[in-house]
Design a protein around this ligand. Structure first.
Ligand SMILES: [Zn+2]
Ligand SMILES: [Zn+2]
Ligand SMILES: [Zn+2]
Length: 144
């Protein structure tokens, strides 16, 4: 396939996943999405395939049935990910989760040490931030 230039059509038809094909395919998708988003009126796309995740993702339609379809898709993805977990050292971990992130903990249900730590870390940071805010409020109020 050296004679053909890489790009979005290579990505689509030849299933080439080289960086160049990925990049140009992402651009085509982005452009298409942007052009669809311009047709949305009051959150609803006139010709979107309503009631599908594509209606929500690609056509930027936010009608009730597109939103429901997207929510269902996310729920299913999450259920699939949760079912893919394996037990490692007594902990349920996901083999493909982005470990050490809250995304891994929350969306992949990964409970490995790194993911659990990052979730706990965020929890403590937020708690500390809230406490600091409360403190700042209290001190400004007590100012003369
Ligand atoms: Zn390629
Ligand atoms: Zn819709
Ligand atoms: Zn993990």
């Amino acid at each position: 396939m050296a004679d053909k230039p890489h790009g979005a059509s290579m990505y689509k038809y030849q299933r080439c996943r080289c960086p160049e094909c990925r990049r140009s395919n992402a651009k085509v998708k982005r452009d298409f999405r942007a052009s669809q988003a311009r047709q949305v009126v009051d959150g609803v796309h006139p010709t979107a395939p309503h009631g599908t995740p594509n209606g929500y993702d690609v056509y930027c339609c936010r009608c009730g049935s597109c939103r429901t379809a997207k929510r269902e898709q996310l729920k299913q993805w999450r259920a699939v990910r949760l079912s893919e977990r394996v037990e490692i050292d007594g902990r349920l971990a996901h083999p493909r989760a982005p470990h050490g992130t809250r995304n891994g903990y929350q969306n992949f249900g990964c409970r490995c040490i790194a993911c659990t730590a990052s979730n706990a870390d965020r929890y403590h940071r937020r708690k500390a931030a809230r406490a600091a805010e409360g403190h700042a409020d209290a001190s400004t109020k007590s100012m003369p």
